[in-house]
Design a protein around this ligand. Structure first.
Ligand SMILES: [Zn+2]
Length: 91
């Protein structure tokens, strides 16, 4: 058994299409991860117990109920990273 934060799955599920539909945000890997990280820090983690290969129950429902919050957090993160991209800081 494992404990997994399914919020990560939800954020990454919505992340790409939201980044791709935003013209301002940089599309590099560093900015993409920054957006994911910021969004996740602003969302409450949702942990589930999972067995390897076992499909979790009620995940789709949880996603539906929290979709607005999740997309809101990603939207804010995209704006923050878009205004202050950190990709040039460390090489
Ligand atoms: Zn970038």
């Amino acid at each position: 058994m494992e404990v997994k934060n399914v919020m990560e799955e939800f954020v990454f599920k919505h992340l790409d299409k939201m980044i791709n539909s935003d013209e301002k945000i940089c599309k590099c890997e560093k900015c993409r991860i920054d957006v994911a990280m910021l969004a996740l820090n602003n969302l409450k983690p949702h942990y589930v117990a999972t067995d390897k290969g076992n499909i979790y129950t009620n995940i789709a429902l949880y996603d539906k109920n929290n979709e607005v919050d999740i997309m809101c957090a990603i939207g804010r993160a995209i704006k923050t990273v878009g205004d202050n991209p950190r990709h040039a800081e460390v090489r």
